[in-house]
Design a protein around this ligand. Sequence first.
Ligand SMILES: *Cc1c(COP(=O)(O)O)cnc(C)c1O
Length: 446
Amino acid sequence: MNHDESRALYDRALSVLPGGVNSSVRATRPYPFFVEHGDGAHVVDADGNRYVDYVMGYGPLLYGHDPPDAVQAAVQSHAADGPMYGAPTEVEVDLAEFVARHVPSVEMVRFVNSGTEATVSAVRLARGYTGRDKIVVMQGGYHGAQESTLVEGSPDGAEPSSPGIPSSFAEHTIPVPFNDTDAIEAVFEEHGEDIAAILTEPILGNTGIVLPVDGYLERLRELTEAHNSLLIFDEVITGFRVGGLQCAQGKFGVTPDVTTFGKIVGGGFPVGAIGGRSDIIEQFTPAGEVFQSGTFSGHPVTMAAGYEYLKYAAENDVYEHVNRLGERLRRGISEIAADQAPAYTVVGTDSMFKTVFTREGPGDGSEDVCDAGCRQRESCARFDHCPKTGADVSDAETERWERLFWQEMKARAIFLTANQFESQFVSYAHTDEDVEETLEAYKEAL
Ligand SMILES: *Cc1c(COP(=O)(O)O)cnc(C)c1O
């Protein structure tokens, strides 16, 4: 594979963009390939190399790079018509109604421009609604580039995880280990009166893919209810992917007070949203007092793309297709790992998948184990070895993924997410042949 063009572009980029990129995960080693165009489930780089794409824009591209005709047509027509106004449009109402109809927790929704903006606004909303300051988050959880949640530490003390954030911000944030019922109960015992909300992804989707153990999300629901705190599910990554149109909250049967969205709900364009019970969401200005506003919020092109995206999914076998291929990949990779690298854990659900390079695990693969990705099943022989928290994923062989494995897969024309933490996604454009080709590459590279 030749990468001369990408190399030359990266050379130029390094002079004018910090790290040569506009989002940190894109700076793959030794230099990223620059995409020239997408084609279904594939991307083609500046040197004409073609890869099977499982990055899928880091989540938004449910249909791959050629969305259904109705999406294309709606995007073209709204772009040509305005493209935006600073006055409301019908398509914002269409998308809001659709989301409210399908997602259990949502009666009302406010659209914004990124997942980060959604979680920032949700935290402000929770604080405004409850009159309390403290937010509980999961260690290793991700809520975008926002000051209140970029923290590290333990329930006993948190510090900002990035320079540039005053430590006083972290004073109001309590990080706890995911899946640890004792830890969250202790936090509520001590701080229950001051906690505005628990903000968590229902599945940790940006640090491996960590599913909740049985009863964990239910316990979060009980604790927040008992203490008059809000439960916020950050479904930016799981929304309209895990559990289909009802999202992960529908799949797990746990209904939060507030949900944040992003990624898929914008049909490939910049988006975020905060949805929930109307008495809470109506606290946003101008209905209420919690300030929230945005020049581009509810952008007609984005709203149209999102609406047509979701409508198409409601009327076609989209989730059936992506989930079936996701299952095939997880099962296939599990078999390869059992043969070649039994310590590794295959994770994921629905159309999300990842291999965590865990350092130990049961030996010969003959035991009763989950055969298509970790389900956090207590009777599974691997249960104690499978990641339960963000720390378990950080403790894996993260360097091996980044420095060796990712490159090996790229050389075999498979585009995976560049580090051990980010999820990979199957789109409606992927085929059984793509899966077979991918499994061959895993067999050689693992
Ligand atoms: C991607 C993501 C975000 C941030 O969304 P941006 O659009 O990148 O700002 C927040 N939360 C979760 C769970 C995400 O996966």
